[in-house]
Write a protein that binds this ligand. Structure first.
Ligand SMILES: [Fe+2]
Length: 286
């Protein structure tokens, strides 16, 4: 085991992917999540064409004054886990010319992602080094379940990565929410072993932020100096504060993150405007 320790642990590739950020004092990242792309280009979620909204979100991102050093995509990238959906995404991300990383959500299939989400701009690496920072992409998806759980190999990967780079500030990414988000129906389908993640976070002061998708709404809370952050979907939104499933009226969006060399995180959600979207709010399910 020890011989290949740094390369492969529990089948998780551990060769860090290194990116030289454009500036020394700040790493610029963007997060796009819950794209729910279908194999069928006309595929709609609650009446909304998810490819159209995804492309509108990406076009807004490309117009940013500062080009991100990397793009983090945090699960539910496809609605039907189809090769066609992942191939479309891989081609689209490649055309954006931003190094892109991914992790799986409850709608995804990791094996299919491995096969199709890979090209000169799209990487399966789960440990990314960017100057003073490292970003870790964890898989919280559980086959056949909507809720999430970090399996033992994911926790080990996380601890090992933190031990290996104790001097780098760390941003942890996953799909499922590890804290309650004040939506009763969503709180029942979050990360069921959030305590295990919290324990690791508490033991490693270099962890400065945890970001996720899944809840299709903006969320940001600072707990003991760590930022806990969720980002809107690039398609349909969920209504904050809802007891049962409820689609939200806000526009699709993404998050732009600045990670400073002193460990501070500043981030902002940008939503698209001037685009007509028809969401069927009468559909009561997801
Ligand atoms: Fe989702």
């Amino acid at each position: 085991m020890e011989k290949n320790d740094d390369i492969m642990v529990d089948n998780i590739e551990q060769i860090p992917h290194e990116i030289q950020p454009g500036r020394l004092d700040v790493v610029r990242l963007a997060q796009i999540t819950d794209c729910h792309i279908f194999a069928d280009p006309n595929g709609c979620l609650l009446g909304l064409n998810t490819r159209d909204s995804f492309e509108a979100v990406c076009e807004r991102l490309i117009r940013e004054e500062w080009r991100p050093d990397a793009l983090l995509t945090t699960g539910d990238l496809s609605q039907d886990a189809s090769p066609q959906a992942y191939k479309y995404l891989a081609d689209y991300f490649k055309s954006m010319k931003i190094p892109t990383f991914w992790l799986a959500g409850n709608h995804d299939d990791s094996d299919t992602m491995e096969l199709y989400l890979s090209n000169s701009q799209v990487f399966a690496a789960k440990q990314i080094l960017l100057g003073h920072w490292q970003v870790l992409m964890l898989n919280s998806a559980v086959k056949g379940k909507v809720h999430g759980c970090l399996a033992a190999d994911q926790i080990r990967f996380l601890e090992r990565a933190l031990r290996r780079y104790p001097d780098k500030h760390t941003l942890i990414c996953l799909h499922h929410q590890p804290v309650e988000v004040d939506c009763e129906w969503l709180d029942q389908i979050g990360l069921i072993n959030a305590d295990e993640l919290n324990q690791v976070v508490e033991q490693h002061s270099q962890v400065k932020g945890v970001v996720w998708g899944h809840i299709h709404q903006e969320f940001q809370r600072t707990i003991k100096g760590v930022q806990w952050i969720a980002t809107p979907s690039s398609c349909v939104q969920f209504e904050p504060g809802s007891v049962d499933f409820s689609a939200g009226v806000e526009a699709p969006g993404y998050r732009y993150l600045n990670l400073f060399s002193d460990g501070r995180i500043e981030s902002v959600v940008h939503r698209i405007d001037n685009v007509e979207f028809v969401v069927d709010y009468s559909i009561k399910g997801y």
